[in-house]
Ligand binder design. Structure first.
Ligand SMILES: [Zn+2]
Length: 388
C-alpha cells in the first residue's frame, strides 16, 4: 500500500502532488517545474487535508516517492523523520514563537533526504504578525526546503501568503469513497462502513471513529434520539443538559486516548521505562506536556459540542428534505418514522429556522459563550420555532 492509497475521492489533487513528487525543484525557473517550495492544501474539515500533506511529505522524503513501506515512509507516518517538521496546534491560535522555531529550522539542509519538509496543519490559526514571520521564509525559500500549509480555504490566509503558495483544493469525498476506505483500509464490514460514512457526512476521521468505536457511535445515537423526542421547552432544557454531558464524555474519551499515547511516546523518546520515576532534570518536559494537554482538553470540549451540533443539523436537514419531497439521501435513514412525524407536524420554514438556531449556537460556542447557555438557548429556540 503506497502513501497515496488512503486518499479517497481526490483524483485531481493526487495527480498534482504525484507529478510534483516525481519532478525536480528548479528554483531558477519555477513556472516550468511542477514542483515548488510552498504549497497550500484547502478543503473542509474531514476531507483529508492533513492526510494528503503527510502523503506528499512522505513522497518527497522517500527514495521511491512514497512506497509506504520503507524507513522514510514509516518515520513520516510516525512524525519522527529527521527531515520533517510539523506544527499541529491544540490551541485556538498558533504562537509566534512556534512559527519562529519552524522558520529557523527551515534554513538547515536536509540531513538524509532530498528535501526538508515542513507541515503546518492549521495555517488559518495564525495572527497577522505570526503570518508575517512565515511570509519572510516563504519569500526566500532555502534551496531544498518545502512548506506544506493546510487551511479550510484560501481566504483564511493573508493575501501576501496566498500569493506565495501553490494552492490545491480538496472536495468533500463521497459517502461511497469513505465507505470503501473504511472497508479496504480498516477492514470494517461494508454495511457498518456505509452507516458510519453517512452518519459522519463523509468526514473521514469521524467516520473511522464511528465505525471502530462503539461508544462514540452510541453517543451519537443518543444525541439524535434526544432531539427527535423533544416536544416542549422542558424537554429542550433537559436535552441541553444531557447533550453537554455527552459532549464532555466524548471529548474526554478522545483526549484520554491521545494523552496516554503522547505520554508513552515522550517516555520512550527520553528512554524512561513505564515504571521508572521521572528524573528531576527531565521534569520540565513532562510539565510542558501536561500543560499542553490541559489546553487541548478545553478545545476538545468545544470540538465535541460542535460535532454534536453538526449531528443535530443532520436531523433538521433530513426533516427539510422530507418536507420538500427530496428524501432520497437522508443522513439518518434509520430514523425515518420519527423524522416523518416531525416533518408532518411542521412547515419547512420552521425546520429551516431550527437549522438557523443550531448554526447560531455553533458560532456562539466557537466564540467562547458558555457552552451550556448556548446549547440551552439553541434548543429552546428550536423547539419554540417548531411549535410556533
Ligand atoms: Zn518509502
Amino acid at each position: 500500500m503506497t502513501v497515496w492509497d488512503e486518499l479517497v475521492g481526490q483524483p485531481e489533487a493526487l495527480a498534482v502532488f504525484q507529478a510534483a513528487a516525481a519532478s525536480e525543484l528548479e528554483s531558477s525557473d519555477a513556472s516550468a517545474s511542477t514542483m515548488t517550495h510552498s504549497w497550500l492544501i484547502t478543503g473542509p474539515p474531514g476531507s483529508g487535508r492533513s492526510n494528503l500533506a503527510y502523503a506528499f511529505a512522505a513522497s518527497l522524503l522517500c527514495r521511491t516517492q512514497g512506497c509506504g513501506d520503507c524507513p522514510d515512509c514509516r518515520q513520516v507516518a510516525a512524525r519522527t523523520h529527521p527531515d520533517l517538521a510539523t506544527l499541529t496546534t491544540e490551541r485556538v491560535i498558533i504562537s509566534i514563537d512556534e512559527v519562529r522555531d519552524l522558520v529557523e529550522g527551515s534554513y538547515y539542509s536536509p540531513s538524509v533526504s532530498r528535501y526538508r519538509v515542513i507541515v503546518i496543519e492549521d495555517a488559518d490559526r495564525m495572527a497577522e504578525r505570526t503570518s508575517n514571520v512565515l511570509l519572510k521564509a516563504l519569500e526566500e525559500p532555502p534551496e531544498r526546503t518545502v512548506w506544506i500549509l493546510c487551511a479550510p480555504s484560501e481566504a483564511d490566509l493573508i493575501p501576501t501568503i496566498r500569493s506565495r503558495v501553490r494552492s490545491v483544493r480538496l472536495r468533500v469525498p463521497s459517502i461511497e469513497n469513505v465507505t470503501n476506505l473504511l472497508v479496504e483500509r480498516d477492514g470494517v464490514e461494508r454495511a457498518q462502513a456505509e452507516l458510519a460514512a453517512r452518519h459522519a457526512q463523509s468526514h473521514i476521521g469521524m467516520a473511522h471513529r464511528l465505525a471502530t468505536n462503539d461508544e462514540a457511535a452510541s453517543r451519537r445515537a443518543e444525541s439524535i434520539e434526544l432531539v427527535l423526542a423533544m416536544r416542549g421547552v422542558h424537554d429542550a432544557v433537559m436535552a441541553a443538559a444531557r447533550l453537554l454531558e455527552i459532549a464532555t464524555d466524548d471529548a474526554k474519551a478522545l483526549t484520554d486516548e491521545r494523552d496516554a499515547e503522547e505520554l508513552e511516546y515522550t517516555r520512550r523518546t527520553l528512554g524512561i521505562a513505564e515504571d521508572d520515576a521521572i528524573p528531576a532534570q527531565m521534569r520540565s518536559q513532562f510539565k510542558n506536556l501536561e500543560e499542553q494537554q490541559k489546553r487541548r482538553a478545553t478545545r476538545s470540549l468545544r470540538d465535541g459540542l460542535d460535532r454534536i451540533l453538526v449531528d443535530l443539523m443532520s436531523v433538521y436537514r433530513d426533516v427539510v428534505r422530507i418536507q420538500l419531497g427530496v428524501d432520497g439521501d437522508l443522513i439518518n435513514r434509520e430514523e425515518l418514522p420519527a423524522l416523518t412525524t416531525i416533518a408532518n407536524a411542521r412547515t419547512a420554514e420552521q425546520s429551516l429556522a431550527a437549522l438557523d438556531a443550531i448554526s447560531e449556537a455553533r458560532e456562539r460556542i466557537a466564540s467562547n459563550v458558555s457552552p451550556a447557555l448556548a446549547l440551552e438557548a439553541m434548543l429552546i429556540h428550536a423547539i419554540r420555532r417548531l411549535a410556533a
